[in-house]
Design a protein around this ligand. Sequence first.
Ligand SMILES: N[C@@H](CCC(=O)N[C@@H](CS)C(=O)NCC(=O)O)C(=O)O
Length: 235
Amino acid sequence: MIDFYYGPTSNGRKIAIMLEETGLDYRVRFIDILNGDQFDPAFLKISPNNKQPAILDHDGPGGRALAMFESGAILIYLAEKTGLLMPTDPQRRYHCLQWLMFQMSGIGPMFGQLHHFNHYARDKIPYAIERYRNEADRLRRVLNAQLTGRQFIVDEYSIADIACYPYVKGFRDRYPTPFDASAIDRWLDRMEARPAVLSGFNLRSADVRPEVRGEKPLDQHSWDALYGRLQHKPR
Ligand SMILES: N[C@@H](CCC(=O)N[C@@H](CS)C(=O)NCC(=O)O)C(=O)O
């Protein structure tokens, strides 16, 4: 049994999709990051960086419990645990890890900063918005080129696709590409033909708060939790 510390965000959804794909037994421990659940001392023991997703696998390596945070590391762990969704051919395996890191170090942080400065930031700083918008577009050009002529990022469906999907999907309508991204669009369709991608992406999506959907500004408590006093309090 895996305890899955989760909220319906792009990073959380990667692991939700992976758990659905692999059929592992899991139960959701809901983490409401707008409420500050990520600072609960019991959660911090599992995820000391105060972020979801995280897992506690009661049946980890050697039969001992294993706690993990960082979605990329969790994806590798679950792929190795199940023998699924990571290529076995050595060349493809390293390419899969390379594109996983491209998501973790590029798409995740750059898209995240774009959304922060464009949506959440109280001061709208044109330079910051333009800088991250340009990076998000550049990264999507790179991904579109990689997907041109391929079914999936490293040909076979893998954790690299699972890592990229929630961000690329989530940003598609909000921040349309200023170029023809038809290889990405066709890949999104292929991803969405997989029931586990849909069920994982939609896991507890009814709990997405109106503040996250852009329908309401963050209240002071949520602001403090994500960006203010509570977030930066020494622990
Ligand atoms: N690099 C981390 C990022 C995780 C992350 O940024 N999680 C966000 C939600 S998408 C979070 O929990 N934020 C709460 C906080 O920063 O206090 C990963 O890939 O797991």
